[in-house]
Ligand binder design. Structure first.
Ligand SMILES: [Zn+2]
Length: 252
């Protein structure tokens, strides 16, 4: 398939998964079923298929409910565009299908985790679990396809080592970090470890560097005090995505 076609499909799938990501962000924290149709939160009007086309429906309906006219949040199209951009990056940047699939699963589950952690300071088990399961599946399939069985060892060692490290921080810091961060870090260890144990260090270092930088910036800007709890999940996710971008170019 030629590059423009590949990007076209990446954008199409990305926007669709962006719409799914909105569903995850709104329903997972309140344990609502993911299977039922979307409804207008004001009047209960069921959103039909053609009212649910990513971005285009929002523009066509001027961001309003067709039934009662109440405004829908701009976060829906924003998430659809954001996910489309993340998906489009994949075929442009990565040379291996393993990296493409890991990037896509990080986007699908990482972006909702990012937003939920910022909003509610939580990382729901359903999403950290789904990310771990999807990453493990991709890595095991890749190991079988390329006969890279030796890479499974640092991958699972990385998951265990990083989760242990974060767990130690949870115990020592008492409230600075939570068990959600520990579970999320297992996926990071798993994904990075597949590219070598040095990669685990790169993604963890990136997460802590970003966390310190943004933490200091927020304090300087007066948006946070020394005691403000800043959720760490977003840094773990962004750190992993940056290191995947960098590491896949270093011959993995
Ligand atoms: Zn309505």
């Amino acid at each position: 398939m030629s590059a423009p076609f590949l990007i076209f499909f990446a954008v199409l799938f990305g926007a669709t998964f962006g719409s799914f990501a909105s569903v995850l962000v709104h329903r997972v924290p309140v344990k609502m079923s993911l299977m039922t149709r979307s409804q207008c939160t004001s009047c209960g009007h069921q959103i039909g298929a053609w009212e649910n086309i990513p971005v285009l429906s929002f523009i066509a309906l001027h961001g309003k409910c067709r039934s009662c006219g109440s405004k829908f949040s701009w976060s829906y199209p924003a998430l659809e565009v954001g996910m489309a951009v993340l998906f489009a990056i994949a075929p442009l940047v990565f040379h291996s299908w393993t990296a493409v699939l890991l990037w896509i699963s990080l986007s699908i589950f990482g972006l909702p985790l990012f937003l939920i952690d910022v909003k509610l300071h939580r990382l729901p088990d359903l999403l950290t679990g789904a990310l771990f399961f999807a990453s493990a599946l991709i890595i095991i399939c890749s190991a079988f396809a390329h006969h890279h069985f030796n890479r499974l060892v640092p991958s699972f060692v990385g998951a265990l080592a990083l989760a242990t490290y974060y767990f130690a921080i949870v115990v020592v810091s008492r409230g600075g970090m939570g068990m959600g961060d520990v579970k999320l870090s297992a996926s990071v260890g798993l994904i990075s470890g597949y590219f070598g144990l040095h990669a685990v260090l790169v993604s963890s270092f990136t997460a802590f560097a970003l966390g310190s930088l943004i933490g200091v910036a927020l304090i300087v800007l007066g948006k946070a005090g020394r005691k403000t709890a800043i959720p760490f999940g977003p840094f773990i996710i962004v750190g992993q995505m940056i290191s995947l971008l960098v590491l896949s170019h270093l011959g993995s």
